[in-house]
Design a binder for this molecule. Sequence first.
Ligand code: F6R
Length: 615
Amino acid sequence: MCGIVGYIGPREAYPIIIEGLKRLEYRGYDSAGIALFDGTDLKVCKTKGKVVDLENKLHTDITSTGNIGIGHTRWATHGVPNDVNSHPHYSNSGDLVIIHNGIIENYESLRKELISRGYHFDSDTDTEVLVNLIEDVKNKENVKLGQAVQIALNQVVGAYAIAVFDKTRPKEIVIARLGSPLAIGVGKDEFFIASDASPFLEYTKDAIYLEDEEMAIIRLNKDIKVRKIKDDSSVVPYVQTLKMNLDQIEKGGFEHFMLKEIYEQPKAIIDTYRGRLNRQEAIIKMGSVEDNMKKFLNADRIIIVACGTSWHAGLVAEYIFEDLARIPVEVEYASEFRYRNPIITEKDVVIAISQSGETADTLAAIKLAKSKGAFVFGVCNVVGSSIARETDAGAYTHAGPEIGVASTKAFTTQITVLSLIALRLARAKGTISSSDFRHHLLELEMIPKKVEKVLEANEHIKHIAEIYKDVHNFLYLGRGYNFPVALEGALKLKEISYIHAEGYPAAEMKHGPIALIDENMPIVVIATKKGHYEKVVSNIQEIKSRKGKIIGIVTEGDVDVRELADHVIEVPETLESLSPLLTTIPLQLLSYHIAVLLGKNVDQPRNLAKSVTVE
Ligand code: F6R
């Protein structure tokens, strides 16, 4: 996710773009940049860091005049955050500049082709490839910018929102979208461009939202031309009058970032497997796994190190790797691992999981493993983070910025990446049949739609939250793949509502926690059809006979648990190994609603920090 802002009209573009970028920083904040045209010259200034760093640099680098410009705040996907990889990117001639939000999946092949025709690249980004592709088309076909953008985009596979400016036609900006949002603010003789409406709300409430596969040519003092990217047909733009306030827009209309991020999960999971999972060809393509295939296949075991929610994702991965790829796995709290004297050899593969990529304990565990000669693979969300740099190789989750302190989409996207790796290794080892492999790919591709289905239960879950918000203790139970989900559900509740909660493997209940159960104790039981169902139903019966209140997470159409439980929340059926991607969603929503009803600060719970850089 990145933020895009643009302006064309009679006002100074600079203050509008800078203030707009500040409002879009929730979309990404590892680097920022701006391109301004002052009537004669095109000036670009960009820097690693936040918009305020850009502002400071601008004061010394360029004069901020001109009434046309584009700006960008970045959430890195290709290439670490640094000055060179920041947007805007120039084309080789220096005539075009582009800003981009999204991922160009086929950028490697386009890049090779452009290099063979004499183009050079300064950055590691897919965006610089796109701007040169547009330039190449423009020169080869002898067309104007709008047409060049259109032809180029038809060669591109991936997702994008872009804004392109050509200094040889300095009175227009061309924008396009596929999979990433883009809005146009329509003022009197002026237009604003932005990833959401927050940068232009104080200037105009009239907005056009581009649809997927649409592009627009925005000209000074002219009407906007909107057309389809695929077939060039023109579209009559629909101008709507916005009634939202600023805060609502930054949070996408959600009350809290946490809720927004819970709802972003279908898209985040797609972004995670995009370009990696190819169901038609029945392959999983992950460069960093292919490059290190021997190390994975020859490993005596995999050791997973992580903290908190990422550790829970590691526990799910333990089941997946052992089940599908038949590789022994140990999952370690990074903080414990680093302080004992663990036996690590050169034949171990260590996987470090971290959303922020900055967790001090995980970083220290990585250094320890490397010092013993193990190959260390990272699964991180933040591109260019310390853990991403410290590991020998890795795979990003591409979940986009997670602002809410309680991890939600980080968890599901980590499981998605780890599932892809396990499936790829299983295929290479021959521990999964080709038909099972295909079935897994199909089911994984269907997960986002199924997550959407679970999200439809939001009101029902809120109602359950209202009933239990005042209790002091919760128990969460699950078995197999869903035991880590029970731990994660309990952690979510603890951290944002401050209610004490314990997660347990369901069968362990009778070895102690059962003593806690009385008519005041709510127990969330994950009891989906696949995986020890009958055994979990027996556990539920044990709870029932002690008068505990049962909230069952069940498969659609379930009858047995429904008869016993006080409440059920249904999730669609899927493979057992993928079920945590669905069963975790109601638990996130339950803790969210309880915390909101209790008036807690959901996005910034007390005593916690988003990245724990101290041990
Ligand atoms: C829980 C939570 C924490 C983090 C933990 C690790 O919601 O956010 O438990 O999961 O601090 O952080 P990362 O994944 O950034 O290493």
